[in-house]
Design a protein around this ligand. Structure first.
Ligand code: SF4
Ligand code: SF4
Ligand code: SF4
Ligand code: FES
Length: 377
């Protein structure tokens, strides 16, 4: 690597590829710079100023998520000046809207005590649903700040509950813009935007209509991107605190894409699903089925045994009985009408291997090339 493509961070020298940002070079080398608005796979906006760093010779602190790395830069990521700037950003955000985990009755010297009190108050329904899983709260803890330094500002927008999947609590929105970028740049759905101006700024869908009356397809990418409690899955809200669940990685069973996801499991019950970041093929993204369609897992209506229809109604059967019946019917149809009177339609919901077996069965056992697949439609 030529010397002109190197810089120093906290006194250590690192190489960079032209086009990389300071933040990318730092994170690639395991140097922690906190962020709030930065979203991988999207254009940096420099909106939150949490990632400020000191660059020698620069007139002011630099937003590392948006600043390109340059030769011979000398960067410091955690100086007193940087820390003070981050503390002010956090204090402003915490005093804006309803951040009750870090505001009410808390002074800087009893912050931890206050948090513990909140943690014990499980029954307090006004307690933020993402308590314990919030980037803003994490950073408030890291920099030991509350929202009491500045005059609190309230939001007048009511919570939006009018859809089956997502709760929008504008009182907790920090206007970082990650949801807008997730929707427009990652999923390319173009369903939400910044609306209004100044203190009235709000994330809006379709000229400020509820999601349900907009172009939203309920992929939930915005929910996964939201660093605070402004966008939360409706079904899992208050269902379980993050520390009560364990994450089980698996493959989505809805189609052949094979999206990687985490099941969030509490007491052997799936309470929420999120995508696995940085992993092919979906890199954290999911569709509405993969993210929200998990009721069936614990449905009492799930079939647990084969059913055979007799005289217009179903009765439970054993697998041997059911398979014998189907095999007998295949033989009978083939004998009476020939192999090509049978066709095999398979599904995108099964694996490639299962699809292979199905077509092999059609060609080699039944003796027909009448094979098709729903994903081709
Ligand atoms: S959104 Fe985060 S900072 Fe705000 S109340 Fe909820 S947990 Fe606290
Ligand atoms: S659920 Fe998907 S489509 Fe709807 S606003 Fe969020 S990211 Fe956009
Ligand atoms: S809803 Fe969440 S992701 Fe969107 S701007 Fe507000 S805080 Fe950021
Ligand atoms: S993370 Fe860089 S400005 Fe928000």
């Amino acid at each position: 690597m030529p010397a002109e493509n190197s810089l120093s961070i906290n006194g250590n020298t690192f190489s960079f590829t032209p086009g990389e940002t300071i933040l990318e070079v730092a994170h690639r080398n395991s140097i922690d710079i906190p962020t709030l608005c930065h979203l991988k796979r999207a254009t940096p906006t420099g909106a939150c100023r949490m990632c400020l760093v000191e660059v020698k010779g620069a007139r002011s602190l630099v937003a590392s998520c948006a600043a390109p790395a340059a030769p011979n830069m000398e960067i410091q990521t955690e100086t007193a000046k940087v820390v003070e700037a981050r503390r002010i950003v956090l204090q402003l955000l915490l005093s804006s809207g309803n951040h009750n985990c870090a505001v009410s009755g808390s002074a800087a010297d009893n912050w931890t005590e206050f948090q513990l009190k909140v943690q014990q108050a499980e029954a307090v329904t006004e307690l933020c649903p993402v308590w314990g899983d919030c980037r803003l709260q994490d950073l408030a803890f890291r920099y030991q700040v509350t929202g009491e330094r500045f005059e609190p500002t309230e939001t007048s927008y009511p919570m939006e509950t009018a859809n089956p999947f997502i709760m929008r609590d504008f009182s907790r929105c920090i206007q970082c813009g990650r949801c807008v970028q997730a929707c427009n740049e990652v999923q390319v759905n173009q369903a939400i935007h910044f609306g209004y101006r100044g203190a009235a700024t709000k994330i809006i869908a379709a000229g400020d209509r509820p999601y349900i009356n907009s172009d939203c397809v309920f992929c939930g990418e915005c929910v996964q991107a939201c660093p605070v409690g402004a966008l939360v899955e409706k079904d899992s809200r208050y269902e379980a605190r993050p520390w009560e669940t364990r994450k089980v990685r698996t493959t989505c069973s809805y189609c052949g894409v094979g999206c990687q996801l985490y099941l969030h499991v509490r007491d052997n019950t799936v309470v929420k699903i999120t995508g696995v970041d940085d992993v092919a093929p979906n890199y954290g993204s999911l569709c509405v089925k993969g993210r929200f369609g998990f009721d069936f897992i614990h449905s009492p209506d799930r079939l647990k045994a084969p059913l055979i229809k007799e005289n217009g109604s179903f009765r439970e059967a054993t697998w041997d009985e059911a398979l014998d019946l189907v095999a007998g019917k295949f033989k009978q149809i083939r004998a009476e009408h020939g192999s090509d009177s049978i066709g095999m339609l398979t599904s995108a919901r099964i694996t490639n291997e299962e699809n292979y077996i199905a077509q092999k069965f059609a060609r080699a056992v039944i003796g027909t090339n009448n094979v098709d697949h729903c994903a081709r439609l």
